[in-house]
Design a protein. Sequence first.
Length: 315
Amino acid sequence: MQELLIEKIRTDGGVQSRERISDDYVMELAELIKAGKKLPPIDVFNDGTDIWAADGFHRILAHIKADKRTVRCNVHKGTKTDAMWASCAANQEHGLRRTNADKRHSIELAYTLKAGSSDELIASHVGVSGELVRQVKNAMRQVGKLCQPDKVTGKDGKEYPARRIPPPPPPNQAVTPEPRKTLPPLALGRVPPPPPAMRPVKKDRLDEVGQVIPDHLERLFDRAGEVQALLSKISGIRGVLRTAQEEGDVLYGDVNWQSVEAALQTAYSDLKATIPHAVCPWCHGTLTDHCKGCGKRGVVGQFRWDTTVPREMKP
Ligand SMILES: [Zn+2]
């Protein structure tokens, strides 16, 4: 065990598996520290450059509140990812009892870190029921946060071929308007592919379906992260509201949960549909004025690609 400077310990970058911090609990622990009580040491991972906290986020804040500059730590050798994985298993038996939102958050984090894990492995690592794991996994699939891996890692550490499960239908189908359908391809008039001279030759960057991305559209594909960031914010709002609903938080007593959830779901799927998935197969990204296939964007999102592009136009 080591006494480490608190400022050396990193708690940023998504290592925290708690959905949120309880100020009351931090105050309670700070009182104990001020009274001279020693709290259990915090598990941290040292990757040679940074030290990442895997648990004890409340304890760290409590030490700061109690005007301490150091905190007792169990230092493990490992990366930030190791710390995140360990944090999914934290607080099962000690510390502030995890809320359902904390557990869901841990399951999501665990799947994000080890997408190829079996439900049983995640359940035993996070310390939750297999039923909750399956619920969270389905919810992640529905919003496109989880792809189906080819192999899964079992609790025994061995790899097994994944069972092919068809993706569930999108949630809130009744209330989620689908992105506007494009006109059928015949009415659009197909533009012939640009002559080879106009095609990029330098490195042939490909879109999600294997078509070459023209230079002038690369920037649009690069900006997918901006939309992803907005999607994460919406997920964050949904998490906070889910906890508020579960805990019966009176602040939100007037909220119509169904309508708020439906609105957030709509916002989520509409924004997700804008992420560039493929170069427009009708105008080939030439941005012709009359291309209704992509609405002059030169690209189409995945939803549009899946639902409106006829099979014979797909590579
Ligand atoms: Zn187009």
